[in-house]
Design a protein around this ligand. Structure first.
Ligand code: SF4
Ligand code: SF4
Length: 278
């Protein structure tokens, strides 16, 4: 099962939850937070076993065949194409690789080529496996890396995907390719507003989803409970905001402090993997 761990915003503890969940499930950890993939640092003594370059498709132009009809420029909704001084100007960093421009060009002036956008590295310490996507500096669109991350499979049953924060295109790609979505949120107004955004995205893809509240305080946060109830979203566990938890987090799952919370999440995942457990 592919379990995507999302959050509407950064700083909720998504990587903390993903890495610990990968450990309790004995799952492959996939770091798709490609702008700053730091989740593999949570595992002890990982060593790199392979690195692959990752490419995205981009259009290439033969200006001798171009009749300046502007069809491609008018089509590109990402503003990656412009006409400047009667010539096509292409901005590869804005291109989303849809290749619609190539399909529409009637003269064959556009062909498909590729550009390196990042890399994928596989790390292991024999017990843990991490597949890490990393976008190159200067790139803006890592959709191709995220898609490629899903092509790496092994003999483990579960994959825990640590998503980028927010609700961008890459997050949509991951939700679409996953079986179950775990949303990490926090009991604040800011956390709640961003939770609403990610939940509306998950609904678009009609994926099953549950919540984990991280950094829970003694008072709780009633609006979050009300939103979860109204949306029919189960809050599976609340991990307290405490010095004890922070120390346990820094030491990793093997300290017993975090075990009860992650056992609850594991049980919830099992409900989806085997509906007979319901
Ligand atoms: S669609 Fe083809 S012919 Fe028309 S402007 Fe673009 S590249 Fe040139
Ligand atoms: S491939 Fe798509 S996004 Fe890229 S330039 Fe062509 S139309 Fe625009």
């Amino acid at each position: 099962m592919k379990i995507a761990v999302c959050s509407g915003k950064g700083g909720t503890g998504k990587t903390f939850v993903s890495t610990n969940l990968a450990k309790v499930l004995f799952a492959t950890y996939i770091d798709s937070d490609i702008e700053e993939p730091n989740g593999s640092f949570y595992f002890e003594n990982l060593r790199e076993v392979a690195t692959y370059p990752s490419y995205k498709a981009i259009p290439s132009f033969d200006l001798d065949k171009c009749i300046k009809c502007r069809t491609c420029v008018d089509f590109c909704h990402f503003n990656a194409l412009l006409f400047i001084k009667d010539k096509i100007k292409f901005f590869p960093e804005l291109c989303h690789s849809c290749m619609g421009c190539k399909v529409l060009c009637k003269t064959g002036a556009i062909t498909e080529s590729k550009e390196r956008v990042g890399s994928i590295t596989i790390k292991t310490n024999e017990e843990d496996i991490a597949i890490v996507g990393q976008m190159e500096i200067g790139q803006r669109n890592g959709g191709a890396i995220v898609k490629e991350l899903f092509t790496f499979t092994n003999n483990r049953e579960d994959y825990v995907i640590d998503c980028p924060p927010g609700t961008g295109c890459e997050v949509g790609e991951i939700i679409q390719a996953s079986n179950l979505i775990l949303v990490v949120t926090e009991p604040t107004l800011f956390g709640l507003e961003n939770l609403k955004l990610i939940v509306s995205l998950i609904k678009l893809y009609k994926k099953p989803c549950f919540l984990v509240v991280n950094k829970e305080n003694e008072k709780g946060y009633k609006p979050l409970e009300e939103f979860a109830n109204a949306e029919g979203l189960k809050i599976v566990t609340k991990i307290p905001y405490s010095v004890k938890t922070a120390i346990a987090n820094a030491k990793g799952y093997r300290t017993t402090e975090l075990k009860p919370y992650f056992d609850l999440i594991k049980k919830e995942v099992a409900r989806y993997e085997n509906p007979a457990n319901n």
